[in-house]
Design a protein around this ligand. Structure first.
Ligand code: ZN
Length: 162
């Protein structure tokens, strides 16, 4: 079985591969393969009828391959953007109104994220019964629990507390 796509569409219309949205958010320049994690961060699993377009492994000038997520009728909270920056540090957030991009900015990595990730260390004070809010320092290449110093570099998305 071959699943080659021997189909040439030309290289000049990458943007058109994912349909335009009217009002909402386009998250562009997501590292290839992270689009589903982006959806997880936004709490989107399709069950609520959200209108979402996802482009995966689209050729990109800035990244070798990028993912694009377009969400109709939704703007992101700062918390969501902060977590997003951890798995998609080069992402661009485009706010779209009436088919026009009215605002466009790069995500910025925060120094600290609180209450959004859960520590993978079962012995950590934040995972016990006591209500201690999780707190992670954001490193160059991962995050570090401020309580038990556990460092997570991969699979950050799996720590997201939803
Ligand atoms: Zn910890």
């Amino acid at each position: 079985m071959s699943d080659d796509h021997d189909h040439h569409d030309g290289n000049d219309d990458h943007e058109l591969r994912v349909s335009k949205i009217r009002d909402g958010t386009v998250i562009d320049h997501v590292h290839g393969g992270q689009a589903l994690n982006v959806l997880a961060i936004l709490g989107i699993d399709g069950t609520e009828g959200e209108e979402v377009s996802v482009g995966m492994n689209v050729p990109s000038d800035r990244l070798a391959r990028k993912d694009i997520v377009k969400v109709e009728g939704r703007e992101l909270s700062q918390d969501e953007v902060d977590v997003l920056s951890l798995i998609a540090p080069d992402a661009t957030i485009n706010i779209v109104r009436d088919y026009d991009v009215i605002e466009k900015h790069r995500v910025e990595r925060p120094d600290v994220v609180e209450g959004v990730l859960s520590c993978p260390n079962a012995g950590c004070i934040t995972t016990g019964d006591e209500p201690v809010t999780s707190r992670f320092s954001v490193l160059e290449d991962g995050v570090r629990c401020s309580y038990c110093e556990t460092i997570v570099r991969d699979e950050i998305a799996s720590l997201i507390d939803t």
